[in-house]
Ligand binder design. Sequence first.
Ligand code: C2E
Ligand code: CA
Ligand code: CA
Ligand code: CA
Length: 281
Amino acid sequence: AKNSPSEKIIVFENGMHELAMRNLSLQNDMRRGLEAHEFFIVYQPIFFLSTGELYGFEALLRWSHPQRGIVSPGEFIPAAEESGFIYELGNFALTKACNDFAKLLKTSPKDNEITLSVNISTKQLAKDNLIDIIEYAIGKSGLPPGLLILEITESSIMEYPDKSAKIIDAIKSKGIGIAVDDFGTGYSSMSVLQKLKLDKLKIDMSFVNRLTESSEDCEIVRAIITLSNSLHLQTVAEGIETSEQLQILRSLGCELGQGYLCSKPLDVKDLPLLITQNACP
Ligand code: C2E
Ligand code: CA
Ligand code: CA
Ligand code: CA
């Protein structure tokens, strides 16, 4: 009969099988791609909102796939997290970004106050060798640790609050900064936040998007900035696309920001010009 329980089970299993097969082939493809040097980093500038001066860059992974073209991280990071390939990929992103940046700083000696932000995934954060990997990337590249900022999402911190506190302590003791990414989406516990040695809160793009349409979102952003100030942290807004959004963020006292209004993520070869101009284009 149609829709008998056993049929449903078979359909379900087939669906699972298909998904598992797709993830397996994506995983193999990523492994091949990493060996073939198809992965690279683009850099999105971060600016001081009050002056428009350059503050630093966020490193974002890209995959230049032979058939698919440029693939964005939203399409492969979740699969990489699931399969455990994120350790190799995250390691690559961190070392590559540190190397690119150390080289860049050598050719622009006057501007070596510019920071590099690198994203760290939940799985990387939970693994015990993260601090060794960070030390290696810094040591090998020669990047001054004070210029490196690691971005950890609010949800991964809240998933492992005790472990996060220990790792954050270890990272901070090296002189490296910590930013809480996607802030406002992860149900933070204020008591956890207060105990962590943080430097920055990054307001999630979803709030910035709705800043001009929704007074509630505007109030959320105001509350995040107030919280950030009271914890003596810097606030970064991401996904600024319009000058109206920029105006509101400025008036709310948000210190730093990034978004398509000022610049999309750039190829490493385009960074020296931006550093020289030192302004939101
Ligand atoms: P994220 O850390 O929240 O990064 C911000 C994302 O917003 C980036 O997407 C960036 O290109 C995009 N963006 C910046 N400005 C604007 C804007 O004005 N409008 C819009 N609509 N988008 C903007 P991207 O590069 O696709 O990265 C997506 C996510 O993938 C990142 O979100 C981050 O969670 C993850 N990711 C990227 N690189 C890495 C990496 O090296 N390691 C890990 N673990 N995750 C990474
Ligand atoms: Ca980020
Ligand atoms: Ca973010
Ligand atoms: Ca995000």
